[in-house]
Design a protein. Structure first.
Ligand SMILES: *Cc1c(COP(=O)(O)O)cnc(C)c1O
Length: 228
């Protein structure tokens, strides 16, 4: 395993894709997905300049977080059960996986109790795969209307997971669609003042996601060579 080598390659590819799309590479945030790796490996990645990590299982993350260097940004990207909302709000800076109203209500309730504001992304299921979590894009307008009732919640953008395809090009329309929806709501600063993150792209498909406008890529396997 050579985290430093992997990161160098990934950064070069991010830059290459950004240039191809006439974008500034500095506007793309590289998030290291650390769900399958130890605190020691996380610290190695941090030593190589990683500033953002993402976890998907609450219990597992809580055992590792106290062992890692402070001052980094922590993202929660997993399926979020309502009974885990409190520890997630307490330990993470941005939640990428908000996909239903019952979860929004619980986030607002716990945020209120903790006297915190909660930043999050809305996860959409663009491909319509039954196995994928995420809100149906047709429900997005109503969902956003409802969000405006909660003053302690800050919707910051959109997230999706593309289907696993043998041909990475097959996911391009999924990313294009998410970017279109992202841009539409970027014009609603009146109701969405913090709207700024488009989280799409994983080890398999981040270069295409960047070409299609992603500004947050979530990469695990390609950094750590870890396997499920
Ligand atoms: C695991 C995971 C990733 C990272 O996947 P890799 O293929 O290992 O890069 C990204 N996003 C989410 C939501 C994940 O669960």
């Amino acid at each position: 395993m050579d985290i430093e080598f992997n990161l160098k390659q990934i950064r070069a590819k991010i830059e290459e894709s950004a240039r191809k799309a006439n974008r500034d590479p500095d506007e793309i945030r590289l998030i290291a997905v650390t769900k399958y790796v130890s605190a020691e490996q996380i610290n190695q990645a941090l030593a190589c300049g990683i500033t953002d990590i993402a976890e998907s299982r609450v219990q597992n993350a809580l055992t590792k977080l106290p062992l890692i260097q402070t001052g980094i940004t922590k993202h929660f990207i997993g399926t979020l059960q309502t009974n885990k909302v409190k520890p997630v709000i307490e330990n993470f800076d941005l939640i990428h996986s908000v996909d239903r109203m019952s979860l929004v209500e619980e986030l607002a309730k716990q945020a209120d109790k903790l006297g915190k504001r909660v930043s999050f992304l809305i996860q959409l299921n663009i491909s319509g795969e039954a196995t994928k979590h995420g809100l149906d894009p047709d429900e997005l307008p109503g969902f956003i209307d409802n969000l405006t009732h909660y003053s302690n919640l800050e919707p910051c953008g959109l997230m999706t997971m593309a289907p696993l395809e043998a041909d990475p090009e097959a996911v391009r329309p999924v990313f294009r669609k998410l970017k279109e929806l992202f841009d539409k709501y970027a014009q609603r600063a009146d109701i969405l003042p913090k709207w700024r993150f488009l989280s799409m792209g994983m080890s398999q498909d981040y270069q295409i996601a960047i070409e299609e406008g992603s500004n947050m890529v979530r990469i695990g396997t390609a950094i750590f060579n870890s396997h499920k």
